[in-house]
Design a protein around this ligand. Structure first.
Ligand SMILES: [Zn+2]
Ligand SMILES: [Zn+2]
Length: 220
């Protein structure tokens, strides 16, 4: 499996394109603003079938272009606790317009979710088994997708290299986020690569040793 990064939109949000070149199939993690114009033509030009769009959470910078990818034959997966962000993103538009006044109604398109996923659930993607972990705290519906066979996990905005997600946004909570990181991210194998929603990839073991905001519990 190849993992390719696209950094897109005003908040430099990461989309991750996962490709099984032999099978001609791919999976996209998150669809930031601009993904429809950049990643979709790339998928088409390579003749890949998009198995799934995995949405780590409902913040606009991660789902703004999701509607471009929600076509028949593509699973669109997300957590129900962010359902309102996917069905009615326009509701959150005033908040984003504070930073980005040029955004119009057309920038806030809903996306139909075909698969609501839960903590502990599994998904068959690209011929491998993926585990879903619920990691709230940055927002209520942040989930992480973990593929043990690939030693790879996609935590959305729960954790970054040397940092953690904001917990001061609506529905956020620092104690909840810290618990998610300690119990659902630091319990992954140390060698697991983390491909976060912003910034560079890192590893679980490195964050357990070095992350100044989220220290593991003693004994972990
Ligand atoms: Zn976010
Ligand atoms: Zn983000």
């Amino acid at each position: 499996m190849e993992i390719e990064n696209f950094t897109l939109g005003p908040f430099e949000t990461n989309a991750w394109l996962l490709t099984d070149t032999t099978a001609g199939r791919c999976v996209l993690v998150d669809a930031p603003p601009g993904a429809g114009k950049t990643i979709l033509p790339e998928i088409r030009a390579r003749g890949l079938a998009l198995e799934a769009l995995l949405l780590t959470h409902g913040h606009w910078d991660h789902m703004a272009d999701a509607h471009h990818f929600a076509t028949p034959g593509t699973m669109v997966c997300a957590h129900r606790d962010d359902a309102g962000c996917f069905s009615n993103p326009e509701h959150y538009a005033p908040w984003y317009r504070l930073a980005l006044p040029h955004l119009t109604e057309a920038d806030f398109q809903p996306v139909p979710i075909s698969n609501w996923v839960e903590d502990g659930g599994t998904l068959p993607l690209l011929g491998k088994t993926w585990e879903v972990r619920h990691v709230p705290g940055h927002c209520p519906g942040n989930i992480l997708f973990f593929c043990a066979q690939e030693h790879a996990a996609f935590p959305g905005d729960a954790i970054f290299a040397g940092s953690v997600g904001r917990s001061d946004l609506p529905g956020g909570s620092w104690p909840v986020l810290l618990k998610s990181i300690r119990e659902r991210i630091y319990t992954l194998p140390d060698a697991t690569a983390l491909y976060p929603g912003h910034g560079s990839p890192t590893r679980v073991g490195d964050e357990k040793r070095l992350n100044p905001y989220a220290r593991p519990l003693p004994g972990n």
